[in-house]
Write a protein that binds this ligand. Structure first.
Ligand code: HEM
Length: 177
């Protein structure tokens, strides 16, 4: 086996990256802009939240697999954004993306326990009128704004590499030889 770093991420890592990106994009969009508009008395609301909770759990599992791969499977050398500060920023954003997603999953799990969501999903308990009565809800909301900001930075950085530096960095996170 050669010692040189590969040109691309492992295909399983690529698949996980885009699957997690799609799920997080859906969760942020629906969680921020659709769910708040549905009244707690709407009969559809528990089902919406149940899908949200299960997709959130799935993101956490996929993230753990991805983190294990991050430290066990060889990956391309760190990208060069052309300046030391931008290179530092890239490392910080990647680290924080992992950290905030873990924070979203843990605060969601805290809400699941504290608001006894299993009983809400079974129909044994009414839908809570206000989740902000439970402490993890503040963390979940604040973290979601930070996550949204970071996702936009990450997206902007990908465009910067692709169209300004023209180094075709996106190809590293896609399938191929
Ligand atoms: C990592 C994955 C997750 C993401 C990206 C995510 C995203 C969001 C977002 C954006 C909101 C709206 C926040 C706001 O605007 O204040 C929200 C609300 C909420 N999420 Fe999550 N979430 C995740 C995981 C979970 C999990 C695992 C659970 C439960 C098991 C959960 C339960 C809730 C609850 C109860 C609310 C409040 C709904 C309401 O106020 O009516 N979330 N989530």
């Amino acid at each position: 086996m050669s010692d040189t770093a590969p040109n691309r991420y492992h295909p399983a890592h690529v698949a996980l990256h885009w699957l997690i990106a799609l799920l997080v994009f859906m969760m942020l969009g629906i969680g921020k802009f659709v769910m708040p508009g549905v009244s707690p008395d709407d009969p559809q609301k528990p089902m919406m939240l149940q899908s949200h909770a299960y997709i959130g759990g799935a993101i956490a599992v996929l993230l753990i697999i991805r983190l294990v791969m991050r430290f066990t499977v060889r990956r391309p050398a760190a990208a060069d954004a052309g300046n030391a500060f931008l290179n530092f920023l890239a490392r910080a954003v990647h680290f924080l993306l992992y950290l905030l997603l873990i924070g979203m999953a843990l605060s969601g799990l805290g809400l699941y326990q504290m608001a006894n969501l299993q009983a809400v999903f079974n129909g044994a308990q009414p839908y809570p009128q206000n989740f902000f009565d439970f402490l993890p809800r503040q963390g979940h909301g604040l973290t979601s704004w930070l996550l949204l900001g970071l996702v936009l930075l990450h997206f902007g950085a990908a465009l910067f590499h692709q169209f300004i530096r023209r180094d075709n960095l996106l190809a590293r996170m896609w399938f191929g030889k």
